[in-house]
Design a protein around this ligand. Structure first.
Ligand SMILES: Cc1cc2nc3c(=O)[nH]c(=O)nc-3n(C[C@H](O)[C@H](O)[C@H](O)COP(=O)(O)O)c2cc1C
Length: 179
């Protein structure tokens, strides 16, 4: 069985997918991963909108000008949103849930990618969050952090070589300046 370490080395953003649905069991497992994510004070401020309708995915993809292609190509998109009313840690909470879903999808042999929505814009300057909220009926007081796109991989990515990790980012006992 694959260890967590092996999974972390193997996980990559996968942006190309086969035109093939994801099994209901896998969808459930991925959503369980989101719902299992820890949140500050266990407030769980997030909501997840699950989309597999190809027409809606194509329209969702228009929410931003760049880095949006996986949305139209994927079999399943999970829109991650949360209300800041319940906590000031909503961004962190949403981010952890999104990362959990990506890891779970990878563990299932699927591919996933984080598509940023917050602070992103359409080609003509419209706020991507407004586009997504309007399309999916998400209340206006909800922040839309990202869309996790998921599908059967149609590209190969090599696991990370642990020898190439950036150990210069790690400071022991106190900060050491990079040379
Ligand atoms: C906060 C965040 C925002 C991202 N936004 C996008 C995006 O909008 N579109 C995209 O194709 N990839 C996006 N990515 C994926 C990154 O480009 C990717 O994680 C990075 O290049 C490292 O590659 P890896 O995931 O294969 O290790 C995002 C990742 C993170 C963590």
């Amino acid at each position: 069985m694959e260890t967590l370490h092996e999974l972390l080395l193997r996980r990559h953003s996968i942006r190309r997918y086969e035109d093939k649905p994801i099994s209901a069991d896998d969808v459930t497992t991925i959503l369980q991963a989101a719902l299992l994510a820890p949140s500050s004070k266990s407030v769980r401020p997030w909501q997840f909108v699950v989309v597999d309708d190809k027409e809606v995915l194509a329209r969702l993809a228009e929410c931003k000008a760049n880095g949006n292609r996986p949305i139209a190509a994927c079999s399943l998109a999970v829109v991650v949103c949360a209300t800041p009313e319940k906590t000031d840690m909503h961004i962190e909470d949403m981010s952890i849930a999104a990362a959990y879903m990506q890891l779970q999808a990878t563990a299932l042999g699927l591919g996933a990618c984080w598509i940023q929505v917050r602070n992103r814009f359409t080609a003509d300057g419209q706020d991507a969050e407004d586009v997504v909220r309007e399309l999916l009926g998400i209340p206006h007081d909800y922040i839309v952090e990202c869309i996790v796109t998921i599908g059967h991989p149609n590209e190969e990515r090599r696991p990370v070589d642990p020898e190439k990790l950036l150990w210069e980012k790690v400071h022991l006992q106190k900060w050491t300046a990079e040379e």
